[in-house]
Design a protein around this ligand. Sequence first.
Ligand SMILES: NC(=O)c1ccc[n+]([C@@H]2O[C@H](COP(=O)([O-])OP(=O)(O)OC[C@H]3O[C@@H](n4cnc5c(N)ncnc54)[C@H](O)[C@@H]3O)[C@@H](O)[C@H]2O)c1
Ligand SMILES: [Zn+2]
Ligand SMILES: [Zn+2]
Length: 405
Amino acid sequence: MSGNKAVAYKGPGKVEIIDTDYPTFELKDGPGVNPANVGRKVNHGVILKTVATNICGSDQHMVRGRTTAPADLVLGHEITGEVVEVGSDVEFIKKGDICSVPFNISCGRCRNCKERKTGICLNVNPDRPGSAYGYVDMGGWVGGQAEYVLVPYADWNLLKFPDRDQALEKILDLTMLSDIFPTGYHGAYTAGVTTGSTVYIAGAGPVGLAAALSAQLLGAAVVIVADLNEERLAQARSFGCETVDVSKGDPKDQIEQLLGVPEVDCGVDAVGFEARGHGKDASHEAPATVLNSLMSITAAGGALGIPGLYVTGDPGGIDEAAKVGSLSLSLGTGWAKSLSFTTGQCPVMKYNRGLMMAILHDKAHIAKAVNAKPIPLDEAPQGYEEFDKGAATKYVLNPNGYIAA
Ligand SMILES: NC(=O)c1ccc[n+]([C@@H]2O[C@H](COP(=O)([O-])OP(=O)(O)OC[C@H]3O[C@@H](n4cnc5c(N)ncnc54)[C@H](O)[C@@H]3O)[C@@H](O)[C@H]2O)c1
Ligand SMILES: [Zn+2]
Ligand SMILES: [Zn+2]
C-alpha cells in the first residue's frame, strides 16, 4: 500500500511534513495513542482521501507548546474527504461519497451520543469523555492533515454531501462544517442569540468570525466583534459587524458608544485560555480576561457561549494556577446576574446538516467571512506560521489537488 504524507507537530513552534503509514482498519501504537486504544478494530470505519483539511486555532495551542502534546503527533481535526475504502461493518456510506467529518469522534452508541452530546462520547477516548483526530489527550486517533485518514463509526460520523460536483464547487464553504462553522454557531446559539439580540463576540479569529456570521443568521440586531488585531477586525467589518479594539481599553465603553448602553444580551468567548488583557494589559496574557469581561457586559439573565478552549494543563501558563488550568474568575458577578454558561467541545453533529443546507442554498457565505485560503499540504508550515502571526485568513490544506486553483 502507498504511504501517506502528513503534517506532524515536532516541538514548540515547529511543524513538518512527514511520510507516515497509510491507515488501516486497526489502531496502531504511535505518538499520543492511548495504550488502551492500541489494537482496536475499526471495521465500522472508512478511509478517506482528504479533499480539504483546515488549520485551526486549537492546533495552534499545541504548536505553540501550550499543551502536553507529544512530538510527532500527526495534526488535523478539520477534515473533508472522499471515501476510498469501506470497512466490513459499514452499511450506508459508499466508496466515492464526499463527506464532512465532525471533528468530535463519537460512537453513536453511548448515553451521551444518544443525547446528541457527541463532544463527550464515552467510548472513543480511554483518557476522558470526548475525542478528536490529531489532538492531545484525545485517545490518539491519527490526524487528518494528511493525504489519507481513518474515520471510525463512519455511518454515524460522516455527513455525506448530496452531489459531488456541487460539493467540490462549494468546497471552501463546506470544509468549514467539520469544525468552525458549527462551533461558531454553537457559541452564538448557546449565548441565546435570536431575532433582535445584541451580541458581543470576543475574538476575531476564524471561530469568532464564524460565530458572528451565525449570529447574523440567527437574526441578531447588532453583532459586535472584539479583538486587538486590526486586520482581523477589518475582516469582521467586511460582512457587516461592528468592532471593538480591546487594546484601546475596556470593551464596556466602546459597547456603550455603539449601543447607547454598556451591555449586550449575549456574550461569546471565541478566544480561550491564551487571552490577552484589555487596554494597557493587552501587551500580555491574562487568561481570565474574556470570561470576566463577558460576565460584566452581558445583561442579567443572559447567557455566555464559550467555545474558546480552556485546558487542564498548560506548561506555558502565566502562573502556577494557570499551569493547571485554574483561573481567577469573578464568578460572583455571573451568579448575581443569573448568567448561564455553555462550555466544551461543540457537538458538531447537532448543527452540521442545517448549516450545510444554508451553504448549498446560498444563505451562508462562511468561506468569505473567514477569508478561506487553500494552500498545498507542503506549505502547511508557512500556513501555521502566518496564522500564528495573526493573519486574517483561514488556511485550508489541499493535499490531493481536489480544490481547483
Ligand atoms: N469548543 C470547540 O469545539 C472549539 C472548536 C474550535 C476552536 N475552539 C477554540 O476557539 C478559540 C478560537 O479559535 P480560532 O481558530 O478563532 O483561534 P485564533 O487564535 O485564531 O483566534 C483567537 C483571537 O482572539 C484574539 N484575542 C486575544 N485576547 C483577546 C481579548 N481579550 N479579547 C478579544 N480578542 C482577543 C486574538 O488576537 C485572536 O485573533 C480557540 O481557543 C480554539 O481552541 C474551540
Ligand atoms: Zn478546529
Ligand atoms: Zn458515544
